[in-house]
Write a protein that binds this ligand. Structure first.
Ligand code: FES
Length: 218
């Protein structure tokens, strides 16, 4: 009886490395088919990975009450990456600008008072500026704006100039919603389209970016 117990115990002990090896091998095989394996076996049956952007607070409405007040901010756009971090973040410089009353198309929509754009120039990817005076725009960016003057976005690299008060027809989607025109019509220079747009929400007194148009330069 005692002999039988010892034999059973020995058998169990010798089979341990085999069981351990099988578990480890299963892990290697699973990682081959699904490298991140986040979520275990369930992840293998999940929908394909897609880039995701998380919501980010960028301003309080009290910071942008006067016409042409603006704020620079950095938006972190996240996308899936097969590494231990599981995502990579692209830092996108951007502007939010408060429009004067005369340029607000829908006075009942609180969001219509703002223009929110990426600062990455759609021509070749330089970071463009907000130019609030006509002399700087004419001398530094070779654009003589019509009267009455208002601020423009302008790129120092090849002098593209964008008008934040005028839309330009261009189709696309952001955060799953289709658009057919964007603010920031190109009024001078080689840029092929207006700046990339961002979707945003206003909740309480806070302004949040919810997503941004994808893509690289023009
Ligand atoms: S990169 Fe801006 S105009 Fe060329």
């Amino acid at each position: 009886m005692q002999e039988t117990t010892r034999r059973t115990l020995l058998k169990a002990l010798t089979s341990l490395p085999i069981v351990g090896g099988a578990v480890a091998l299963q892990h290697v095989i699973l990682r081959y088919f699904k490298p991140t394996m986040a979520g275990g076996l369930k992840a293998m049956a999940a929908d394909p990975d897609s880039a995701g952007s998380s919501e980010q607070e960028i301003a309080d409405v009290s910071e942008l009450t006067q016409p042409w007040e603006f704020k620079e901010f950095i938006y972190i756009r996240k996308s899936v990456e097969y590494s231990s971090r599981k995502f990579q973040g692209a830092k996108i410089p951007a502007f939010i600008v408060r429009l004067p009353e005369e340029y607000i198309a829908d006075k009942k929509d609180p969001k219509a008072a703002y223009v929110v754009v990426q600062r990455i120039c759609p021509h070749l990817g330089c970071t463009f500026n907000f130019i609030p005076n006509s002399e700087e725009l004419a001398g530094g960016y070779n654009y003589k704006a019509p009267a009455p003057f208002h601020p423009y976005f302008a790129c120092p690299c090849h002098l593209s100039v964008y008008d934040p008060t005028r839309p330009q027809v261009i189709a696309g989607t952001v955060a799953g919603k289709a658009f057919d025109k964007l603010p920031g019509k190109v009024v001078s220079g080689p840029a092929p389209r207006p700046p990339r747009t961002m979707s945003f929400d206003i909740r309480g007194s806070k302004i949040y970016i919810t997503d941004t148009e994808g893509g690289g330069v023009g």
